[in-house]
Design a protein around this ligand. Structure first.
Ligand SMILES: [Zn+2]
Length: 471
């Protein structure tokens, strides 16, 4: 794999004018960002400019990209650098994983997985190459999870199997509960799980990591402010700005602005939908769309496919089912697991008698049912994909079914999603997908959201992560 090096730090003062900044991946951003020297540490130099052998980053194998930022420790005269090592999730969707290294200490941000593409027959899941971490496992001080989506925690079992026992894993309650499901599946016991809440600040050797509340399509999502000896790295996590969230608090813009005042060295900004203009709409708008669809399909059976981990979405569907006096059946293993975990800790509120076993749906009329299913991305083995191809004995699709695909296809999955939609049409069903896309089922920031945070943070450097390099 390619190694990329070079720092974006500069001693140049902003002088009040806006300048284009190169991102750490070597691509010029089109967004002008103010460059300002940070206050601490006093001496910050551009590695690329120094051209001295000892400042060159060591060859780091098996990583997608390495950003190295140097600081001069004046008193000691020695140079140390903080390295940001992208192990997955840059220029791609899924398997998000980043390591941050300073001296003898490494912390890991997320450990995701992704689903195999069509050219990977026989592969169940794809995880990052962690050989750099296994080679340096004596340095690893902890794993910090931003939220509980598969592309952020799905690789955890594979990582933990390779690390020293007792490596602490930090995350909010729901995030760790979802991670715990995975540990059990993989028979991993004795994981040092540390539950945190937004506002908590964890010190591990050279680093201090602060959890900051953000909005996303799952509860317990956080951004991270990572205090390093070279300055603050702000990792946005997956997020959107939702000032009227269906649960929990709005994103903590006040704290984000305070960090901007303190001085942010590097802003690692999620960029999944960055090419789309406008703001991501509030999740409450999605509720209104469901209300409309439930009313419109009053006599039909409803099957709604969404991400199992989108707990807020599940809550809205359940609320609508209650309103329209329908029972809810769950389809798909991950759906059952997430609903059980979220209901257990009170993240999901399901009135008694609403949930029924999918085996019992034949006892109810079409207009008394909502089936919530996995498979919104057309994943080959998912419940919806199998229903669409007539290969799922628990649910048989018919002409009185309305299937709502309540998630936009992740880039790269479009073919699989449209194949499922075609198959559903062949079975005679009505499929709703595009109109929903307009009311945005996205859980990630579109352009203006990221641009909104940038002036708050006023970072020295900006690095996109996830799909899009441009930001
Ligand atoms: Zn996410």
């Amino acid at each position: 794999m390619k190694e990329k090096k070079g720092s974006e730090l500069t001693k140049e003062k902003a002088k009040g004018k806006r300048k284009a900044v190169k991102n750490p991946m070597g691509t010029a951003f089109d967004t002008p960002v103010k460059i300002q020297p940070i206050k601490k540490p006093k001496a910050v130099k551009k590695v690329a400019d120094e051209k001295k052998k000892e400042t060159k980053p060591k060859k780091t194998k098996k990583t997608d990209a390495v950003v190295e930022m140097a600081t001069v420790e004046k008193n000691k005269g020695a140079k140390k650098a903080v390295k940001v090592i992208f192990l997955g999730g840059v220029g791609e969707i899924g398997k998000n994983m980043t390591a941050i290294e300073y001296g003898n200490d490494i912390i890991i941000i997320d450990a995701g997985m992704t689903f195999p593409s069509e050219d990977m027959p026989g592969i169940d899941s794809v995880v990052p190459d962690i050989s750099y971490l296994t080679q340096n496992k004596h340095k690893i001080r902890g794993i910090f999870l931003t939220h509980g989506h598969e592309d952020h925690i799905g690789g955890l079992p594979y990582l933990l199997k390779e690390l020293d026992e007792g490596t602490p894993v930090f995350g909010t309650r729901l995030t760790l509960m979802l991670a715990d499901n995975k540990f059990q599946e993989h028979h991993i016991t004795r994981v040092d799980e540390r539950v945190v809440k937004p506002g908590d600040c964890i010190s591990v050797k050279s680093f201090k990591v602060e959890f900051i509340n953000v909005n996303h399509s799952i509860s317990g999502a956080c951004a991270l402010a990572i205090y390093t000896p070279c300055g603050i790295i702000y990792h946005s996590g997956d997020y959107k700005i939702d000032l009227t969230p269906v649960a929990g608090e709005p994103i903590d813009l006040k704290r984000i602005a305070e960090l901007g005042q303190e001085g942010v060295l590097l802003y690692m900004a999620e960029s999944t939908n960055i090419e789309r203009s406008g703001y991501t709409l509030s999740e409450t708008v999605v509720g209104a769309t469901f209300d409309h669809l439930f009313a419109e399909n009053a006599t039909r059976r409803l099957i709604i496919a969404t991400f199992a981990s989108n707990v807020h979405r599940l809550q809205q569907i359940i609320d609508m089912a209650v309103k329209y006096r329908r029972k809810v059946a769950l389809s798909g293993r991950s759906m059952l697991k997430v609903v059980e975990a979220a209901a257990r800790i009170g993240e999901l509120k399901i009135p008694d008698g609403v949930l029924i076993d999918v085996e019992r749906i034949k006892n109810f009329r079409d207009n008394e049912l909502v089936i919530i299913s996995t498979g919104s991305q057309g994943e080959p083995m998912s419940a919806l994909t199998r229903m669409a191809s007539g290969d799922f004995n628990k649910v048989t699709i018919g002409e009185n079914d309305t299937i709502i695909i309540s998630a936009t296809p992740i880039p790269g999955n479009e073919k699989m999603v449209y194949r499922v939609i075609n198959n559903l049409y062949k079975q005679g069903a009505k499929v709703v997908y595009e109109s929903l896309e307009k009311s945005t089922f996205r859980g990630t920031p579109v352009k203006k959201n990221t641009r909104c945070c940038t002036p708050f943070l006023n970072p020295n450097s900006l690095s996109p992560y996830t799909a899009n390099i441009a930001i």
